[in-house]
Design a protein around this ligand. Structure first.
Ligand code: DAH
Length: 336
């Protein structure tokens, strides 16, 4: 058979073998069989020199064209196989947690927040959220805090320049979220709301212009103070140990009636030099609040509370100064 007649059959069988190569190793072997030093196609190229001079241009052209075809088929098959090699053989469960472990850990306030939320989840509470830039209606009016109430004093609240449609203050407490949640759903309600709040306090060992609270709200039929006490006691014992004692002192909040402050006592408070530490405000939701959100106070009752997350973290870890939480000094943070 003349050289010219052999080119196309050899090329065709090269193309077929490249196409059949199932992995990169097989592809390299196929390449060797045709284009390697002892390859079949290489042999044809070597024969070119033995042809009579006048036959060489035609045969040379045909060989070059075939070689280009083989090489481009080879490159195409190679990138196909490389791509395939990246796809896992086994089906992959993309919901599995990653294996990488990042250095570092959660901030102590985040850890305490998670722990508190976990306790409430056990009791069937859901987590709710609301905006930090609030309006007077949600932060005060709907909470039965009238315009002349001292809590609305500009000494205490950061007011913002009025923007079209926007809020006008930084929320002073997470209680505003009670209103947002109740206005958007019918009772019953069982929520906790961790979040950041703002007050015009100068920073000292126990105050900071921004800190964190957890709000709780429970609305259902025939809810009583006993439910409130039982719930708060369960959570604090889970959080800070079984020997914890709680004391409910009568107090005043405009959005609850009756209202209480909760004091807390344990070996941890004694370590801080105090028998009792105030830890939360709470009470039975005021009928005026229910009216503001369109709940019938004759049908529904509920309790609410709010406590400071920093306060709990300070007691739990024996931290004497609230400012340590915000300085981001890793020597402090690494201890938790
Ligand atoms: N909002 C109060 C504060 O910031 C805490 C509080 C008291 C929340 C009584 C409540 C409550 O939900 O019922 O000091």
């Amino acid at each position: 058979m003349s050289l010219l007649d052999q080119i196309v059959p050899v090329k065709d069988s090269a193309m077929a073998e490249l196409a059949q190569a199932g992995d990169l190793g097989m592809l390299d072997q196929a390449k060797g069989r045709y284009l390697g030093p002892e390859g079949r196609f290489t042999a044809l190229m070597k024969q070119l020199g033995t042809l009579p001079k006048e036959d060489r241009p035609l045969a040379g052209k045909a060989i070059n064209a075939a070689k280009i075809e083989i090489e481009s088929a080879l490159a195409a098959r190679r990138s196909e196989l490389e791509l395939q090699a990246l796809i896992p053989k086994e089906p992959t469960d993309f919901t599995l947690p990653g294996r990488r472990r990042f250095p570092g850990r959660l901030h102590p306030l985040t850890q305490v927040t998670h722990d508190i939320v976990r306790c409430f989840r056990k009791l069937g509470f859901a987590v709710a959220d609301g905006p930090e830039i609030e309006d007077e209606y949600h932060c005060f009016d709907a909470l039965n805090t009238p315009a002349d109430h001292p809590a609305r004093d500009s000494q205490d609240t950061f007011f913002l320049e009025q923007r079209a449609g926007g809020g006008s203050l930084l929320r002073t407490h997470t209680s505003s979220v009670q209103i947002r949640v109740m206005s958007s759903q019918p009772p019953p309600v069982r929520i906790v709301v961790p979040g950041r709040v703002y007050r015009r306090d100068n920073a000292d060992a126990t105050h900071n212009p921004t800190f964190h609270q957890i709000e709780g709200l429970y609305v259902d039929k025939a809810v009583t103070v006993a439910d409130l006490k039982g719930t708060v006691e369960f959570v604090f014992k889970e959080l800070l140990g079984d020997e914890v004692k709680l004391r409910f002192r009568p107090h005043y909040f405009s959005y609850t009636e009756p209202s209480f402050e909760i004091d807390f006592s344990s070996s941890l408070t004694r370590k801080m030099g105090k028998e009792w530490l105030e830890i939360a405000g709470c009470g039975m939701v005021h009928p005026k609040v229910f009216e503001a959100v369109g709940y019938d106070p004759e049908q529904w009752s509920g309790w609410a509370f709010g406590f400071g997350i920093e306060r709990v973290a300070m007691i739990r870890y024996g931290i004497p100064d609230i400012r340590l939480f915000y300085e981001n000094d890793v020597r402090f943070l690494r201890q938790f």
